[in-house]
Design a protein around this ligand. Sequence first.
Ligand code: GLY
Length: 571
Amino acid sequence: MLFLPLLATLFLIACHPQQQSAAQSGGINPYAYSIQKKTVADHGAVVSAHPLASKVGVSILKKGGNAIDAAIATQLALAVVYPNAGNLGGGGFMVARLGNGELLSLDYREMAPGAAHRDMYIDKDGNARTDKSQDGHLSSGVPGTVAGLFASHQYGKLPFEQLIQPAIELAEKGFAISEREARSLNNLQTDLKQYNSIMPVFVKEKWKAGDTLVQTDLANTLKRIRDKGKAGFYEGETARLIVEEMKRGGGIISYEDLKNYVAKFRTPHQFTYKGYQIVGMPMPSSGGLLLHQMMKMIEGRNIAAMGFHSLEAIQLMTEVERRAFADRAEYMGDADYYKVPVAMLSNEVYLQERMKNYNPAKATPSTDIKPGVLLKAESEETTHLSVIDQQGNAVAITTTLNNSYGSRTVVGGAGFFLNDEMDDFSIKPGVPNMYGAVGGEANAIKAGKRMLSSMTPTLVLKDNQPYIVVGTPGGTTIPTQIFQTLVNILEFNMSAEDAVYKPKFHHQWLPDELVIETGFPASVKEAMKKMGYHFANERSGIGRTEIIKVLPNGKFEAVADKRGDDAAEGY
Ligand code: GLY
């Protein structure tokens, strides 16, 4: 076990021995735990946004589960201990490589409810109502997470009851919250009161580090899922509670929408980069294709010789990000509903053509690539977990409620937050969503359609074996963070830790500005300003990347991002 004392916010939450719950069956004490940022493991590893969830995942590996089992248990635990983004009421994507070499991508993205329609967020004066698409009952798509857990379970080894039990215990007996979680819940109080008529357990005058969060309603929902499987969520009591909640707040998710929800296995989006095989998520996530476009636009340009964080490298990557995101706005959406020209957009000749107006001496204004409008930027919250085992199974899962705590609505009596994923559709052509991303016909709202995502769970294979398992939250910044993390490793030869921890940047075509993280080299910023680049306000953190890299000796180097309470566990 390797601790990084300076980087890991190592904390020990006050222990309440009288509260020892059965959740410790896997050696986990939810009232006293520390955050481990890095580990090198022999048998398997889990990296996620919360130390308790990572520990649950490793406990499943130790009991003979494989990486799929561990990923399921970790997601369920995150739904309890990381309510910002861990979820039952949201959706996600899984990219996996099985021990037998089979590659999977599983889509459990939310779907637009049956009563949804293209103009549902446009008022009588023609104004886009982002207040309705971003918060409250009408912002929720039909949740996909529980269907996704069961669809992936066919590749697991342990019974589902065993995988869900730690989450039930964490919800029922509670766990101690961290300082960051206390802060986050305190900031949420006004919204909780605004978007709920039945006050959830998260409402409290003041949360502080070490407080125990018990979620009895959520524990009961988890038990229904344990006892009745997928139907324990999409039918019966849980469905009734969701539909009742919708009625209380003017939402439109119906019994039929819930019953009809399906998770879909899709063909992974694959490409090669200098001999590495990169496996990502296809539509309805833009992540795999954007990563493909960005990597291919730099492949022939010897970026390694330019040097990490050099003016030349950052300017090239910025221009590549700008061009890929311009294509996202125009062409990308749910391919079940819109013909996304994936082959054309990833064609090498097309991508070289795309770089024809690239000028290493100055910025290419976004208006020269496609016409645009000014946009706003907002908060980004999603969560990623990476899992690997010694049987050659590797799993990358990114899952989300969209915004932090989603719609801010907790299903009364069921204890979980609903997503606000409808805002990831283009609610009106040219009107930015909460990430400032624009879209048009390709990503217009339609009943049953899945909203375009940026989530980029990614595997890199070397000689056909798992080499890197990676992903991050961060809305539209997700693909650019994965792009930079991979370039840091594959081109700049960095350790996994440096690749994740070094300051990042982000350009998404519109708004035409470069977002930079604290620590971005000041001299590069000044030089780029002279070249015509505009800079957004600096951010203290971009993304929370969770990575596992297979070392030459076969051990697993697992690194959790320093930008949150994220934790790496292994054995
Ligand atoms: N909700 C963020 C995304 O899917 O990209």
